[in-house]
Design a protein around this ligand. Structure first.
Ligand code: UD1
Ligand code: UDP
Length: 352
């Protein structure tokens, strides 16, 4: 049995690492990298650190508007499907690479396996929401990370082969957390002791593409007391440059280039709190039991909101500050499975 896996963006490399490891025990896997993310610290570093097999195809699509980027991927993935004749095509999450892969396969009647299916923010202005809905509705196997995701699909009349296997990102965290402690020296490099800084990541289009929102977010960061570390996504860096905003002067703020996964896990684990708009980082904060503040109006990861483990604040300066300064004492539940999502996916595929 041959599975064609489509990857393209940073979080997909991380999600694919545990799944690919399990998949290859039973099946032949061909990896296609669309090239959506291409800087070495947004792509190569993850393949190296996480031992993800080298892609069999690199499409080199790169950046561009949604139509051009998705369209180019669609045409190129279609050609590969015709040549490789896979039995299944596997996609992850909600990026343009996910949409292109699932569309190409479904039109050629190749069954689509969607990992991290069923997530919804109920905000169709987000590019990710369109990608999720479209992908879920052409998928044949929908592996969900939570009960909420199952419920969302039920409400859209998607029933067949819908399974809650838990979250593959939890598999990745459990597998790499100890390794991260051994292998990274990021705290020393940044002259941090641990639990003496806030970790920031901001990259979602809904924030970065709105100058006023970005100015609010930055104003709140300038008012957070103490050290703040921000590995900045290239999208955000480019947007801020375009707005003529210089963040070098914000007191206590250390801007660094995007970092590898092991460094990131260490920085997450040792942060006082995490302030983010990332989907993956919200979950990792939960897995690591580090309080999180989410700078968005909605989250797909509603389970994390219980007991202030994650506080959803939008982009209002005062709300961000109040949440960052709030003393919280969350309790954490096993709502993302038991860390064996990847094995469960393969087991389900074997049986069905
Ligand atoms: C994409 C996903 C988003 C996901 C994010 C993960 C879509 C619609 N969005 O957003 O859901 O949360 O990946 O990080 O698929 N750039 C570089 N170097 C790179 C990659 C990007 O400089 O290696 C810059 C380019 O200026 C590019 C911009 O970042 O235009 C945005 O990249 P793109 O892949 O289009 O979207 P992301 O914002 O990364
Ligand atoms: N991440 C990383 N280095 C960074 C920033 C993030 O390794 O500099 C990891 C992070 O730990 C998580 C994933 O990238 O596993 C999240 O990806 P991102 O925030 O880009 O996208 P999203 O999850 O919002 O789609």
């Amino acid at each position: 049995m041959k599975i064609l896996t489509i990857l393209g963006a940073r979080p997909q490399f991380i999600k694919a690492a545990p799944v690919s490891r399990e998949l290859r025990k039973k099946y032949e896997e061909i990896i296609v990298h669309t090239g959506q993310h291409y800087d070495s610290n947004m792509s190569d570093i993850f393949f190296e650190e996480l031992n993800i097999p080298k892609p069999d195809y690199y499409l080199g699509v790169g950046s561009g508007n949604h139509g051009k980027q998705t369209g180019e991927m669609l045409a190129k993935v279609e050609e590969i499907i015709v040549d490789e004749k896979p039995d299944y095509l596997m996609v992850y999450g909600d990026t343009n690479s996910t949409l292109a892969g699932s569309l190409a396969a479904s039109k050629l009647h190749i069954p689509v396996i969607h990992i991290e299916a069923g997530l919804r923010s109920f905000n169709k202005k987000m590019p990710e929401e369109i990608n999720r809905i479209m992908t879920d509705h052409v998928s044949n196997y929908l592996f969900c990370p939570t009960d909420t995701a199952i419920e969302n699909l039920k409400n859209e009349n998607v029933h067949e082969n819908v399974v809650n296997v838990g979250d593959v990102m939890y598999d990745a965290v459990l597998y790499n957390k100890e390794l991260a402690k051994e292998k990274t020296s990021i705290l020393t490099e940044l002259e941090l002791k641990g639990k003496d800084y806030y970790l920031i990541t901001i990259h979602r289009a809904e924030n970065t593409d709105d100058e006023e929102k970005m100015r609010n977010i930055l104003e709140s960061f300038s008012k957070i007391e103490g050290k703040k570390v921000w590995p900045i996504h290239p999208r955000t860096k480019n947007k801020l440059k375009g707005y003529g905003i210089n963040i070098d002067e914000i007191p206590g703020l250390e801007i660094i280039d995007p970092i590898g996964y092991l460094d990131m896990l260490t920085l997450e684990d040792q942060a006082i709190k995490i302030v983010t708009d990332s989907g993956g980082v919200q979950k990792e904060a939960y897995f690591m039991k580090v309080p999180c503040v989410t700078v968005r109006e909605q989250t797909e990861w509603v389970e994390t909101l219980e007991n202030d483990a994650n506080i959803l604040v939008g982009t209002d300066v005062e709300k961000i500050l109040d949440a960052v300064n709030k003393e919280v004492n969350p309790t954490y539940k096993e709502v993302f499975g038991d860390g064996n999502a990847s094995a469960k996916i393969v087991e389900y595929l074997e049986k069905h």
